[in-house]
Write a protein that binds this ligand. Sequence first.
Ligand SMILES: [Zn+2]
Length: 370
Amino acid sequence: MGSSKEEITVAERNPNQEVEAAREAFEREFERFARFTGSGVDISLNDANTEQRALAELRTKHLGKKSAIAGAKKLIGKVAPEERASFGQLVQQTEGSIAQRIDEAEQSLKSLIEAARIERERIDVTIPGRRPRPGHLHPITLMRQRIEDIFVSLGYAVEDDREIETDFYNFDALNIPEGHPARDPQDTFYTTEGFALRSQTSTVQIHAMQRRGAPVRMIAPGRVFRRDTPDPTHNPMFFQVEGLCVDRGITMAHLKGTLAEFVHRLFGPDTKTRFRPSYFPFTEPSAEVDYSCFNCGGPGCRICKWSGWIELGGSGMVHPNVLRAANVDPGEFTGFAFGLGIDRTCARIYQLDDIRLLFENDVRFLEQFR
Ligand SMILES: [Zn+2]
């Protein structure tokens, strides 16, 4: 009985009511999208994308070929002629209003998605930046640069040369023939084929004179190697600066004046120098050079081991055999040479108890020299 009543209802349903029902169905389902046309909508990019797809489905459902509105359009030709115009108008208005509301919501969603994308990609310039940790030069490099600056201002060129040498450059050319006892304390690391890691930067003297001839004025800072067991004052690899000045009429006085000027500039104008006779195979005469303690200036302190003096390095007049080995005529030219330890000077200045600290690469230690 219920079914027959329903059939009658459907059959008797006014086409206008069909359209009204379609509009109401749309309104119910569109409700959740209506909020997007307002302002101040807060929605995530993900949710906005989902809603956009749902809205597209809603459009198909209410305006597509199988929609109630499409069905109502087909009825236009079937209603009574006197009602046809007003019915047609109703269908069109309803369809137009549904389409407009979907369009508006779609447009708003598009804007929201665009805004959410911009927000996601935005760089917030107000957030404090992560500061990259700046590096800085190693204390040995800083010391080397100070030494280079002084000698360059005195007219010296800075030479760089190989760290792997032949016996000729490391020993023979420096007047240390095979079997010479001076080879022993300079025992180094040997490779095959007669090559060895240089045990002193004096090798560059020979290279420089061969390359430039005389006169020549140069310093050669660089790494040298010895077969030393590491301890607080020794390391198998360390840094030296070699100095060489060859010209006509060069004497010991030039050597003394040059090194005095060097320590004045490095440690202050009151610094004194002291030359002690010594022996090196490649210089004659030879002298050890000391300078007055930069800390106490003489009376003695922990840094100078209570002597008032600190050893700078070795020096002397270039041996004629060395000049000859580099094809420089000792009858015409004379010269002086000196060598000093960069890391040793560094350790003195910074009062390091253990020279190995300079090579261990411990950032906590190195950061102090920033
Ligand atoms: Zn002192």
